[in-house]
Design a protein. Structure first.
Length: 288
């Protein structure tokens, strides 16, 4: 098992040019940092290179500022954008939820057991139903009712709370509201949404019942970053399960919720472990 207490994560992207891997690995060796995990990808379509490294400093006096100062000049020559993060960093998270509790329950359990290295700072909902669950975990819960007329004010309160609690990631754990363009713009790139994926697509009320009526043979879920394209942001993780004629609507719902839980967990894990890179409207996931 890796010793995460001393581990660091280095991530970078730059134009596709010769010598990118050598630039990073040579510097790691020169500064006495042992590489435990390395993944890279060259996106030919975008002509852009991506790399992620987990390393253990061999020098007990390792200093992140000194490392950064030494690497900056070399990175400039490659027009490289990069980041250095301790593997023990616990991002502060805000969770938005409505009445469905399966995704929230899963995130709380994985947070409590250490499977997700996050701090859940606040839970925000347009319904009061899940407040007891938040209280049991000693997490602040804000009930912000919403109507068509109060939507701007309600979303302004969400933004205020997200900023007040210094959150670095927002998770929409089955938050059953369409976000306004203003809120989408505010959350662009640092909010993860989860929704069902049924083929063919069934929108509107009771999608699983619609799917059952058509004899659906597959249920799934998609986790993606929030942007102004409804349910069409850059995809981080997906899950799928084959079903058959023996699945009634209630069975499809239960199976779909299982997949949603796991897919959302994977997406959040990839994000907090710095495995997700944006390449235009697509994502690159390194070492998942």
């Amino acid at each position: 098992m890796k010793n995460k207490k001393k581990a660091w994560i280095f991530t970078a992207s730059c134009p596709s040019v010769l010598g990118t891997v050598d630039l990073v690995t040579r510097y790691m060796a020169e500064t006495k940092n042992y590489i435990e995990e390395i993944h890279s990808f060259d996106d030919h379509s975008a002509e852009r290179f991506f790399i992620r490294i987990e390393f253990q400093p061999q020098d007990d006096n390792f200093n992140a500022e000194s490392f950064s100062e030494g690497f900056s000049s070399r990175a400039t020559e490659f027009d490289m954008q990069w980041q250095l993060t301790t593997a023990m960093h616990r991002p502060r998270v805000a969770i938005l939820v409505s009445k469905y509790d399966h995704c929230l329950n899963d995130l709380l359990y994985r947070h409590r057991t250490g499977q997700l290295n996050i701090d859940i700072a606040v839970i925000i909902s347009n319904h009061p139903d899940l407040e007891p669950l938040a209280k049991w975990h000693d997490i602040p819960y804000y009930h912000l009712p919403i109507t068509k007329d109060t939507k701007p004010q309600q979303e302004a309160e969400i933004i205020k709370l997200v900023e007040e609690y210094n959150t670095e990631l927002v998770i929409l754990a089955r938050y059953m509201q369409v976000l306004s363009p203003k809120l989408c713009d505010h959350l662009d790139g640092w909010a993860i949404n989860i929704h069902h994926s049924l083929l063919p697509g069934f929108k509107g009320a009771r999608p699983y019942h619609q799917a059952w009526e058509k004899g659906v043979k597959m249920v799934g879920a998609t986790a993606h970053y929030v942007n102004n394209d409804l349910d069409e942001g850059p995809i981080i993780a997906q899950g799928i399960q084959h079903v058959d004629h023996a699945y009634y609507p209630e069975d499809l719902i239960a199976k779909g919720q299982d997949i949603e839980r796991m897919t959302l967990f994977n997406a959040v894990r990839f994000h907090i472990e710095k495995r997700v890179f944006l390449s235009g409207s697509r994502t690159v996931i390194l070492g998942n």
